[in-house]
Design a protein around this ligand. Structure first.
Ligand code: ZN
Length: 384
């Protein structure tokens, strides 16, 4: 490697570092120079002209520094979206805090860190409030109840979030995260240019600098970049005047919100599920096509006390036939069941035909024959 090449490598690294950390290039160059123990880039460059070369180890550690702030960069410019190069369910990182194992995942820019009985979710937007979920069943034995453990976990999740954000901003045009002198920024998704933007969600007016800072999420409501527009077209003809969004002066990530959750599958015995189970039981007890129609068309209502009524058509469900399976299921569910009878809800003529056979195929053939002889058969699309 010639001197020229070494310096070229350093400049390329500095560019990536600048993009990932949204720094002006000269600052990135200076920081990289500091890594080689020079006061600033100019000092490094003039030494390089005199023949100074970074050692292989130092160059490798500089690459490491840049990669840390920008995962997935493997020493060359990448033209595919870095996030696409990793399978979605493969963890970014796995490890242990004390005796407790954890895995860190990324999903569409959000960070999801989890261990046994706890998880931490951090949204893509800068300064997004982390949500800590603690499994209810774990109770006080869950390590996330321990503040020290939680702080250690949050440090890891924050770092992962920062890396992912750096990856996102590296994908974007430089002008998306670095306003020009007029404050103009380029929308990272569709490329519009403006110094003034509007949020489709909260109608807030946002400056280009605010968007660059907040990775194109609305600083007021957190809406994602697809909801940010240069023109508030949706307000055309309305009285709403977009107001500048509130700017928070303390640029600190808020403390996490801690939620106790129960993520076990829960059998909800509400009206809908009770009537679904009762109808399933009715169908089980139905032998003829007529009875099956009766079960499908039965009116089933469940009141607030979970007591149920089943109204069966007398022509479809024989009056003397007890819906035994439905009654047994009702008892199992602790539901008081009342039966009622109605008439004239059958959907086809000659309801008696529905009880002649147990085969739906035979029943349909009988319907064709009967309608053919005594009536008319219309197929969909034939009109009338
Ligand atoms: Zn908004």
């Amino acid at each position: 490697m010639t001197t020229k090449n070494e310096i070229y490598t350093l400049k390329t690294l500095a560019k990536r570092y600048a993009r990932a950390n949204r720094l002006p290039l000269h600052q990135a160059l200076d920081q990289l120079a500091a890594h080689f123990e020079f006061p600033h880039w100019a000092a490094l460059a003039s030494k390089a002209k005199q023949g100074w070369l970074p050692s292989v180890e130092r160059l490798a550690s500089a690459e490491g520094l840049v990669q840390q702030s920008q995962p997935n960069v493997v020493g060359q410019e990448m033209f595919i979206e870095p996030r696409m190069s990793r399978p979605v369910h493969e963890p970014l990182r796995q490890g242990k805090i004390g005796d407790h194992e954890f895995s860190v995942f990324e999903s569409f820019g959000d960070i999801h860190m989890e261990g046994d009985g706890w998880r931490i979710l951090i949204g893509e937007a800068q300064f997004a409030q982390p949500v800590v979920e603690i499994e209810k069943t774990q109770g006080s034995s869950c390590p996330a109840n321990d503040r020290e453990f939680l702080d250690a976990a949050l440090r890891i999740a924050d770092e992962a979030a920062a890396n992912v954000r750096a990856g996102i901003s590296t994908d974007w045009p430089r002008r998306s995260t670095k306003p020009d002198a007029e404050g103009t920024v380029v929308h990272p998704l569709h490329g519009d240019r403006s110094a003034e933007w509007f949020c489709l969600h909260c109608d807030g007016k946002i400056t280009g600098a605010q968007l660059a800072e907040n990775l194109w999420h609305c600083p007021a409501c957190g809406a994602s970049p697809i909801d940010i527009f240069a023109v508030p077209f949706w307000l055309e003809g309305s009285d709403v005047k977009p107001e500048p969004v509130q700017v928070f002066t303390d640029r600190q990530r808020p403390d996490p919100r801690i939620e106790v959750v129960d993520s076990r599958p829960t059998l909800k015995l509400d009206g809908d599920s009770i009537s679904l189970l009762l109808r399933t039981a009715l169908l089980e007890g139905a032998t003829t096509p007529g009875e099956r129609l009766g079960a499908l068309l039965a009116e089933i209502s469940v009141d607030d006390d979970n007591d149920a009524w089943i109204t069966l058509d007398e022509d479809l469900w024989p009056e003397l036939k007890e819906p035994e399976e439905a009654m047994a299921v009702a008892e199992l569910l602790g539901v008081e069941l009342e039966l009622a009878v109605t008439c004239m809800t059958f959907p086809f003529a000659w309801p008696g035909l529905g009880h002649v056979t147990t085969s739906t195929r035979e029943y349909v053939q009988m319907l064709f024959d009967a309608y053919g002889e005594h009536g008319v058969v219309h197929r969909g699309g034939e009109g009338g």
